[in-house]
Design a binder for this molecule. Sequence first.
Ligand SMILES: Cc1cc2nc3c(=O)[nH]c(=O)nc-3n(C[C@H](O)[C@H](O)[C@H](O)COP(=O)(O)O)c2cc1C
Length: 217
Amino acid sequence: MQQTATTPFHLDRLDPTLMNSTARSFADRMAARRSVRQFSPEPVPLDVVEEAVRAAATAPSGANLQPWRFVIVTDAERRRRLREAAEAEEIEFYRRRAPQEWLDAVAPMGTDWQKPFLETAPVVIVVFEVHQGPHTPKPYYVKESVGIAVGVLITALHLSGLATLTHTPSPMKFLNEICERPTEERACLVMPVGYPADGVTVPRLTRKPLSEVMVRR
Ligand SMILES: Cc1cc2nc3c(=O)[nH]c(=O)nc-3n(C[C@H](O)[C@H](O)[C@H](O)COP(=O)(O)O)c2cc1C
């Protein structure tokens, strides 16, 4: 049998009252998170963004292969190109390729082909899935792993006082060239990051009640 190297692990045992207040206050803080589509151009502390990525990179992943790459784009010219290329895809998508069903589903968001936030937000994180390539192994459960990591990233940004949006231009091939990444890396999300613009508004929406999303057996 193969020997597995192990290391001790410790998790603080909390008093049940403290456990409850911690869980409750975390849920309350997360309930205040919203996707933002209008950003202030004000610069943000890059170390905070890097710490959020560091947190994301601690996420569990299939066979611990960590099949993610987070490209932090701050250069204004590159963000301009990002916007230009994303809008070129989006205008095609919204006007021709998008099925009516999808257009109906996103109608309450009030979104269209224009993506000014890619240029206004001081930081754009482009998230790539890392597939098999000359220097990278075949990964397992890539979507699940990257999805969990992005969940941690969004949480870390929000709790640090930064807003973001999970934007998915379609298709995303153009991102390899703009981010100078190899073909085994496939972009899955474009996340503008920054402070919300003054007077920003977000679509009014409701969350499903806990009784609907959680089932006890
Ligand atoms: C996988 C994924 C893709 C999304 N793609 C887009 C997008 O391309 N453009 C956009 O404006 N919002 C996008 N969103 C944001 C959702 O519309 C938003 O999360 C949802 O309406 C709930 O709003 P909230 O994030 O403010 O709670 C996406 C969200 C997810 C999770």
